[in-house]
Ligand binder design. Structure first.
Ligand SMILES: Cc1cc2nc3c(=O)[nH]c(=O)nc-3n(C[C@H](O)[C@H](O)[C@H](O)COP(=O)(O)O)c2cc1C
Ligand code: SF4
Ligand code: FES
Length: 590
């Protein structure tokens, strides 16, 4: 913007007005402000004006712009090509192969913009389209299963007609005799838009049941069902809800964590895309049990293409009286809105998410107090994952036996998993706990592509353990996974073939954490720099016994002294890789 540009000033004023010049809305204001001009950035003049209007310092505005990957204070092209360099995509060599196609076609390298100012190329972390890798995201459109021809056609299509609207399609029916359909029961039965159809599919019956039972009985039923949080921490959902009920505050919030930034994870994407009403119903139940009156869906910026669909579902719920005052003729009120993230993995962590909601850089806070006591705006805040909310809304109407009749005694029920990598049918599947990894990979995901063998599997996301093919008989449940040094986590399974190099993969994992580190604590900030050097030495074949010891020491420091789960869990892939693939590390030593 130049201040003399009347239209830009007018639009910026409208944005500021829309957000009531509230500094807590700074991230939302900046995300919208940078789309005012075709240069996709926030100019110095805009920064001045926003700071002045929100009565905050320019430094505060700059701290947010520099923290979030989606924001920029440098002019960019009208179309931003985002090339994923995270775990699954690294198995497809996205960063080399797709990058080469783009360089050939546009002549630009990462960080550069074409002369005509149309395209800027960026390398980014996972944007939740791992099942259709090789892929790119161009502005809010995601393109998958790329070939050189397809990439060329997409770029020339944009150049010629400026159209780029291939959104992720509804996944083809991926049911199998070994899958189940509880949390995903509505997939393929309606399009996720029509609230009447959702109601016809017994929508909102679980919420009504909760009202009839009373909050305590409803929470106990959730405990009976054995549902643990599906965002990674695996905390029992029923207990968490009751703890939230006990938290006292003038206001109380329920936040649906739809940040889904864990590489290899895209199940929440499918839950929100196929059945957004069920997620809202889960929030209604959670808000009733916790006695919270306000709710926010924190949607990752990379899923902006889902925003209008979710907003439509919220609007329909208000129209039908499922949101607002006195819901379902009860005394329960619940107001719900969407908030967009800015492209940062660590914002999935509870306190970082609260900071982000307050329009600040998403840096975790020191505990205690805990989020449930003093989270968003220092009010009690209940944060729940998309799948946990969908699970609660799925079974409550019929009782906990829906879950306890399948699965294993330790892990009742089902889990929605995201499987990607070198399997024939990557995608999202709902499985009963208790299948083996072999059954999941071979029977459900169609086995390996092109006759390749399984080389390794990373379970639970980038922060999950990396295990060898000798553990394919491992049963998928919480207890068994713990025994082998990992966890169910976000439910991701990234399968590498015997042709993929484990050390290269490990470097990708480590680079992801280094890129996403918020820098607040030393072990994670500095440890990642050191780990990077060490892994380089292994890759080059110049490591020594001392390097192994250093590697262990840094991984231990990460695990035991990091401030938040990001640094702590980064230790898991690093430790398991050394445990299960030690011979490969040894081969690389002099
Ligand atoms: C670095 C980091 C990133 C996280 N990202 C997510 C996320 O994207 N989605 C999510 O639901 N939980 C995420 N979590 C876990 C959340 O902090 C929190 O435990 C979860 O949202 C609670 O919901 P649940 O009990 O339903 O799992 C993350 C945790 C950490 C430490
Ligand atoms: S562990 Fe990493 S991401 Fe978490 S607070 Fe420390 S520096 Fe930030
Ligand atoms: S989109 Fe690349 S790893 Fe997820």
């Amino acid at each position: 913007m130049s201040p003399s540009d009347d239209n830009t000033i007018k639009t910026l004023n409208e944005i500021l007005e829309k957000y009531h010049r509230d500094s807590n809305e700074l991230l939302q204001i900046l995300l919208e402000a940078q789309t005012i001009t075709e240069k996709n950035y926030i100019s110095e003049e805009m920064i001045d004006r926003i700071a002045e209007e929100l009565k905050i310092s320019k430094a505060r505005v700059n701290s947010v712009i520099t923290f979030y990957d989606a924001l920029s204070d440098k002019p960019r092209g009208k179309y931003i090509i985002n090339l994923c360099q995270s775990t699954t995509c690294s198995l497809w060599d996205n960063k080399r192969v797709v990058l080469d196609w783009i360089i050939k076609e546009l002549g630009i390298h990462p960080g550069e913009t074409t002369e005509d100012q149309l395209f800027t190329l960026n390398t980014v972390s996972c944007f939740g389209a791992c099942d259709i890798s090789p892929n790119v995201r161009i502005n809010h459109s995601v393109f998958g299963h790329l070939t050189e021809e397809k990439m060329k056609a997409i770029l020339s299509g944009i150049r010629n007609s400026e159209k780029s609207n291939e959104l992720l399609k509804i996944q083809p029916d991926r049911s199998h005799k070994k899958t189940v359909s509880i949390i995903t029961s509505n997939f393929g039965k309606y399009d996720g838009y029509n609230i009447e159809e959702y109601i016809h599919l017994r929508g909102f019956e679980s919420f009504r049941k909760a009202l009839d039972m009373g909050y305590e009985a409803a929470a106990n039923e959730i405990t009976q069902a054995g549902i643990k949080g599906r965002g990674g921490a695996e905390y029992p959902a029923g207990i968490k809800l009751l703890q939230s009920r006990e938290a006292i505050g003038e206001r109380k919030f329920v936040v649906c964590n739809a940040d889904e930034g864990e590489p290899g994870t895209f199940k929440d994407r499918e839950l929100l895309k196929n059945d957004p009403y069920k997620v809202i119903e889960g929030m209604l139940i959670a808000s009733y049990i916790a006695d919270a009156r306000e709710g926010i869906i924190y949607l990752r910026e990379e899923y902006s293409w889902l925003r209008s669909k979710i907003q439509h579902a919220i609007d329909c719920c208000y129209e039908k009286g499922y949101l607002g005052k006195g819901i379902g003729n009860s005394a329960h009120d619940f107001e719900l809105r969407i908030f967009s993230g800015g492209g940062s993995y660590v914002c999935g962590e509870g306190f970082a998410l609260c900071e982000s909601l307050e329009g600040k850089p998403g840096k975790p806070r020191i505990k205690p107090p805990f989020v449930k006591q003093a989270g968003y705006l220092q009010y009690p805040t209940l944060i729940m994952n998309v799948e946990t909310l969908s699970a609660v809304a799925s079974f409550l109407k019929d009782g906990s036996q829906v879950f306890t009749s399948i699965g294993t005694p330790d892990s009742p029920g089902s889990k929605v998993i995201s499987i990607s990598g070198k399997v024939a049918r990557p995608g999202v599947y709902e499985i009963p706990f208790g299948l083996t990894l072999q059954e999941i990979i071979k029977d459900i995901a169609g086995g390996m592509m092109d006759g390749e063998g399984v080389g390794f599997i990373q379970v639970g996301g980038a922060s999950g353990g990396i295990i060898p093919n000798s553990l394919l008989d491992t049963v998928y449940d919480y207890k068994t996974f713990k025994k082998i040094g990992t966890s169910v986590g976000s439910g991701a399974l990234v399968v590498g073939s015997h042709k993929n190099n484990i050390l290269d993969y490990l470097r990708v994992v480590q680079e992801f954490f280094a890129h996403e580190s918020c820098g607040k604590c030393t072990p994670c900030r500095e440890g990642n720099v050191q780990l990077h050097h060490l892994l380089e030495r292994f890759s080059k074949g110049i490591a020594t016994e001392v390097d192994i010891e250093r590697y262990r020491a840094i991984v231990n420091a990460l695990e035991f002294t990091s401030l938040c789960g990001s640094g702590k869990t980064e230790a898991v892939p690093l430790k398991t890789a050394l445990l299960y693939f030690k011979d490969i590390f040894m081969e690389k030593m002099i």
